[in-house]
Design a protein around this ligand. Structure first.
Ligand SMILES: [Zn+2]
Length: 138
């Protein structure tokens, strides 16, 4: 069975691998590494948390989406029931990592999070002005 669908956006020079399940995504993340644990730096807090592969897989099932960037390829999985806005924010976050300059670690995550925040805000505003016009002030 195919582990992912490949999307290449030639004009943008970006490739996405969309995984059909979180286990394959995680397997690809750990490929080439000898470790069984992953260190996650929680954005803004700067705290380091160590997760085992199993714990991380549970967390992915709970969250319903996750992605990482390797080179210029975005590896992504989302559950079919995931909220559209969350997936949009995730894609924007990874695209944010591709924008220069690349800072690394916590500052880089903050930069990428700004992209997802802006994308999610743009989505909300667009939804309000195009679908729910009742929110108009005057
Ligand atoms: Zn990130």
């Amino acid at each position: 069975m195919k582990k992912y669908d490949r999307y290449k956006f030639v004009k943008e020079g970006i490739t996405f691998f969309i995984y059909s399940n979180p286990k394959d995504l995680l397997k690809s993340y750990f490929r080439g590494t000898r470790g069984n644990k992953i260190a996650i730096y929680h954005q803004y807090e700067g705290k380091k948390h160590i997760y085992s592969k199993e714990d991380w897989l549970d967390a992915l099932h709970e969250d319903g989406f996750w992605a990482y960037l390797r080179g210029d390829v975005v590896h992504l999985w989302f559950d079919k029931s995931a909220d559209f806005k969350d997936v949009l924010g995730l894609v924007a976050h990874e695209l944010g990592h591709l924008e220069k300059p690349y800072y690394g670690f916590i500052r880089e995550e903050k930069k990428a999070c700004r992209y997802s925040d802006i994308a999610e805000l743009a989505y909300e505003i667009t939804e309000r002005v195009t679908i729910n016009k009742s929110l108009k002030i005057n």
